[in-house]
Design a protein. Structure first.
Length: 75
């Protein structure tokens, strides 16, 4: 079994600010407040969370099961 990675580096789609965050293990994060410019960004269409859209590592639910349950609950 592959170990779940809990850190992902988010890049703001508006200003490019980069911040490493600890991801929640039991849920997807739908919104993120950029500390660089203050914009609140959300996932791209078809993605379950901001980590899957703008992070270096997808969220734990996607890592765990390929995102079947996670993606089916999005949007």
């Amino acid at each position: 079994m592959t170990e779940i990675v809990l850190e992902s580096t988010l890049t703001c789609p508006e200003c490019g600010y980069v911040k490493t965050e600890i991801m929640p293990t039991d849920a997807c994060q739908f919104f993120h407040d950029c500390r660089g410019c203050g914009v609140v960004f959300k996932p791209k269409p078809g993605d379950c969370c901001v980590f899957c859209s703008y992070g270096t590592v997808p969220c734990p639910p996607v890592q765990k099961d390929g995102g079947i349950a996670c993606r089916s609950s999005a949007g």
